[in-house]
Design a protein around this ligand. Sequence first.
Ligand SMILES: NC(=O)c1ccc[n+]([C@@H]2O[C@H](COP(=O)([O-])OP(=O)(O)OC[C@H]3O[C@@H](n4cnc5c(N)ncnc54)[C@H](OP(=O)(O)O)[C@@H]3O)[C@@H](O)[C@H]2O)c1
Length: 262
Amino acid sequence: MNSYIEQLFSLQDRVAIVTGASRGIGAGIAKGLAQAGAKTYGTGRSEKPEWESIENLHYKRCDVSKAQEILKLCQELYEEHGRLDILVNAAGITLPLKDTDTLEERLTNFDRTIEVDLRAPYAGSMAAAPYMAKSGGGSIINITSINSIVGFPGNPGYVAAKGGLRLMTKGLAMDLIKDNIRVNNIAPGYIETSMTKASFSNPETYEQRLRHMIVPRWGQPEDLVGATIYLASDASAYVTGQDIFVDGGWTAKGMIVTPYSS
Ligand SMILES: NC(=O)c1ccc[n+]([C@@H]2O[C@H](COP(=O)([O-])OP(=O)(O)OC[C@H]3O[C@@H](n4cnc5c(N)ncnc54)[C@H](OP(=O)(O)O)[C@@H]3O)[C@@H](O)[C@H]2O)c1
């Protein structure tokens, strides 16, 4: 490959944190960043990740709902490597409601979802930004969802958090460019992970969701790697405050036909 192009997409020697990387989408992204050359620290609350380590990929425990934990991690990595370049806010939860939930239960569910899916990416971004600034700049990538622009039933906390995260990204893009920090979103469609296990392991809901996709298959965590490397690298130096939908065309599909028909 032409060395200019290699340089453009290279993450060699960059230092990256991926939250929510003990499994699922965060794990797929963390592995991809490590393979692209970044010293990558995947995080989660679990004692151990659901993957074997590879070159450049490490695991640290960190609860993103505790801002001090993510701040401490940023400090430690900056002290160890002298830089911090990339933060992917992938940690997330979904707490579907039951029709029988009381108001109190609904509010508890709503608050917890906002805490993890919206407040934590803000806390992580604010913790990382000063270290990125001292590194000459950086890239923050928030994992939103198709539900950042379209509704989903029975989960108002999730759509509120993802919609809020989508717009918070645009605000932070304006605030942080003074330090050469770019902030963008990746909005996944339906990806097979533990979060979506109930729907992809049920033939009826599997098929129902598939019918909305233009690319005729559910996504895999690896499908998010290309967009992440693009947004993390110099290839996207003029891109900030944007959304990249990696959704198999879910949000572009105008008419529900079977995925295989023209
Ligand atoms: N799967 C999809 O179809 C889909 C679609 C659109 C958007 N997303 C978004 O993509 C992200 C990843 O989802 P996923 O499908 O990979 O879900 P997942 O398989 O359930 O994984 C969630 C990850 O988040 C971590 N996490 C949850 N709460 C945390 C906390 N308080 N502190 C630190 N880590 C925490 C989990 O680690 P521990 O349990 O070890 O803490 C795990 O690594 C989420 O933001 C989700 O909303 C997913």
